[in-house]
Ligand binder design. Structure first.
Ligand code: HEM
Length: 227
């Protein structure tokens, strides 16, 4: 693990060095101005007392890469499985794409608002196959009581999202893949941490910062495997 972490650090570090060289030599074109470039532009030495400039840039870039790749790819893959077993759901998704996008181009950002069934498929996938089934651990800052349990300050807590999503008191037929539930009974459920029965991206100050990107990516890329 440590060796792999060192290798990943080196790769990310070499990207920052390359960006720095190109910035100084003025040879960076617009297409190369990625997140490393933004970080180099906005972070100056001396801004952080605990860590140096490069550590902050490398850690921020790697957090986004690590947090954003596995979660999205897992969801994309799981979204396909139930469609293979539910031809009528696949047909409904294909029909929506034919009507709202047509057969001769790819889905783009402007289509997302019209692809309501596809959005429901993504939400149902996030419910049935959560990429982060235990979310991310929290630590109690002070003694408290939750659901009758005394929690001591410093205790690590996990929210069992998987169990929450299979609770029949909240979700009817919880083990069934039914995207329609997000167009009917659960149509008003938000995915951004406001409705505690559905928290695919967590909630509160550490909520996933990649929500918008992930949703757009999933709705735009998922259909490419439907035909
Ligand atoms: C389907 C895709 C994704 C899912 C299901 C997902 C889910 C989550 C969850 C449950 C958390 C924990 C939130 C909490 O503790 O309240 C989280 C955190 C995080 N996610 Fe995502 N995420 C996804 C995509 C992305 C993408 C695309 C990015 C970046 C481009 C990203 C970056 C992060 C980061 C950096 C954190 C840590 C935030 C912090 O601790 O302050 N995620 N994500």
């Amino acid at each position: 693990m440590k060796r792999t972490a060192r290798e990943v650090d080196q790769v990310q570090g070499s990207w920052v060095e390359e960006h720095r060289r190109k910035r100084f030599s003025g040879s960076m074109n617009e297409a190369e101005q990625d997140f490393n470039h933004v970080m180099l532009s906005v972070i100056e030495d001396g801004q952080f007392s605990d860590h140096d400039h490069d550590t902050v840039i490398n850690a921020t870039c790697l957090t986004l890469i690590i947090g954003g790749s596995d979660s999205t790819v897992i969801t994309l893959t799981w979204a396909l499985c139930p469609l293979m077993n539910n031809p009528s759901t696949l047909k409904r998704a294909q029909d929506e794409l034919d009507i709202k996008v047509g057969k001769h181009r790819q889905v783009d950002e402007s289509d997302i608002k019209n692809l309501v069934y596809l959005q429901a498929i993504i939400k149902e996938t996030l419910r049935l196959y959560p990429a982060a089934p235990l979310s991310v651990p929290r630590e109690a800052m002070e003694d408290c009581t939750m659901a009758g349990f005394h929690i001591q300050a410093g205790t690590r807590l996990l929210v069992n999202l998987w169990k929450l999503y299979k609770n029949p008191r909240i979700w009817s037929d919880p083990l069934e893949f039914q995207p329609e539930r997000f167009l009917t009974k659960h149509v008003d459920l938000d995915v951004r941490g406001q409705n505690f029965e559905f928290l695919p991206f967590g909630s509160g100050r550490r909520v996933c910062p990649g929500i918008s990107f992930a949703l757009e990516f999933l709705v735009c890329v998922e259909p490419s495997s439907y035909f």
